[in-house]
Every structure is written in structure tokens, then in C-alpha cells.
Design a protein around this ligand. Sequence first.
Ligand code: HEM
Length: 167
Amino acid sequence: MAQERLQHNLFVKSLDWLFVVLFVYGVYKQIERKEQLNDLGLLKSEIFFALIFLIFILFRLIYMKKVYKTALPSNAPKIQLIAAKFVRISMFFFLSGIAASGLGIGFLFWLGYKNGLFIETIIWLHELLFSPVFWLISIHILAAIYHRSQNDFVWSSMVPFLKENDK
Ligand code: HEM
């Protein structure tokens, strides 16, 4: 029978769920056409949001590096540990890339470089970085559901509902 295992503390759980809210908001209010950025209020709010987003990711990275212990059972297959690490690192890379390229677009636009190869390349990069995030999120959710089916307490280390203990 599975033993009860590591539960992430409330702060770590809140960080991740707050991040989900931030990300969904960021996607919801995405820019449809770069001409929208001619609205200075919108441009400033986009830059502000991207800065908060980036600071949040960096803070989470540093904090997790200091305190993080994986909730994966110690007897988990090595491939699972490697896959989890791969998804974590890739998420960090792509999400911070989206925010950093967004900031790049914003500052170029602010400085008046509204057209040309440079800004178009950064917009291309900004959009390119976005699709892998959907794949990574899907893998992340599927892995969480798999762990729930295994009753190995990985799910309940982060998710506040349908916990193994609720059975
Ligand atoms: C973390 C913050 C941000 C998130 C999550 C985000 C998200 C997105 C998403 C989902 C798209 C659509 C991608 C696609 O269609 O494949 C997009 C496009 C775009 N974003 Fe961002 N973005 C962020 C920050 C910014 C910032 C700060 C700026 C500039 C001030 C910006 C400017 C743009 C532009 C110009 C486009 C392309 C619009 C077009 O198709 O012409 N983004 N962004």
C-alpha cells in the first residue's frame, strides 16, 4: 500500500496556483496585433505585467532551488525523475523566454522601433516560444493524472482536491 509522502507547504502550493492564474491571465489578455501597442496605457500595462511575470518565475526558480524536494516516490523509475526534471526546466526556459521577448517587443516599441526586421524577429520568437508551452502543460497535467491513478501521493502534494486521503 502507498505511504503518505511529502506534501509541499502552503507557500509552494500557492506559488504554483498563483502562477497558473497569472499565466491564464497573460494568455487571455494577449496582444492580437502589434498596432494595439500604440496605446501607451496598454503598452505600459503589458510591460508591467511581463516584468511581474518574469520576477515571479525567477523568484520561484531561486526559492525552489533552495527548498525543493521532489514529491516523486524515492523508488520512482529513473526515467520518471528525468522526465519530471526535463518538463520543469523546459517550462522555466519557455515561460521566461515568452516574458523576456515580450519585454523586448515592448521596449523596442516604446523607443520607436515599431517596424523592421529586429522587432518582427522578436515577435516571431515570442510566438514561437508559445506553442511548446501548451505541450509541456499537457504533459504536466497527464503526468499528474497518472500519479493520481497510482495513488502515490504526488497529486496531493500539489492539488487541493480529489486527494488520495479523500477516498
Ligand atoms: C508574460 C507576458 C506575456 C504573455 C504570457 C504573452 C502571451 C502572448 C500570446 C499567447 C501571444 C499569441 C501567440 C500566438 O499567436 O502564437 C502573444 C503575441 C504577442 N504579444 Fe505577447 N505576451 C506577453 C508579454 C508581451 C509584452 C510585454 C508585449 C509587448 C509590450 C507583447 C506583445 C505581443 C505581440 C506584438 C504579439 C504578436 C501579435 C501579432 O500577432 O501581431 N507580449 N503574446
